[in-house]
Design a protein. Sequence first.
Length: 192
Amino acid sequence: MTDEHVRGHWLSGAVAFMTVHFPAETGHRLLENLARDVRLAAPRVGLAEWCPRTHHVELLRAIASVSQDERGVFDDLVAYGQFVATEATRGPLKPLLSIVTPRMFAKRLPDLWAMDHRGESKLDSDFALLDEGRLVLRLSGIRGYDHVGVARLGWVKSTLGELIGKTPQLKQSGWGLRHSAPSEMTCEVTWS
């Protein structure tokens, strides 16, 4: 098995997200309750630096701990993914997004996942129905990677929405509060 790592922008993005998305007291409490090594590393990590996936899992769990119901947790995790996407589309992805079409973006999604994640996890995209406003994604090898599928779904929603000029709708199967780290997750992003 390969080492499981994630790019630093997902960690620093989680810290920034917690401070702006939740009330100040909640964000502060979430950050203070992180393990010491995560609390010290996450705000200072380089955007392209490889970090232990376990750090990201702890941050995802912290975000998911705020809401008491599944829909609220889903919405918070999607919002986190959208936050990270917004930071990326204003920065390193801006040149790419100025030249790609939605089809090219959908084809590149597996590569974009691999650029952010080291290990056995992967994202596959089925863009056969893209002209009909439908993109199907499959995340696999994510057992033990709590909530990552929902966060990435938020990332795709934001980035694709920027390309098409519409707000996509999301559906997923595989993730839930009782199954926060399924081995596989299927997602559908639709728009009209």
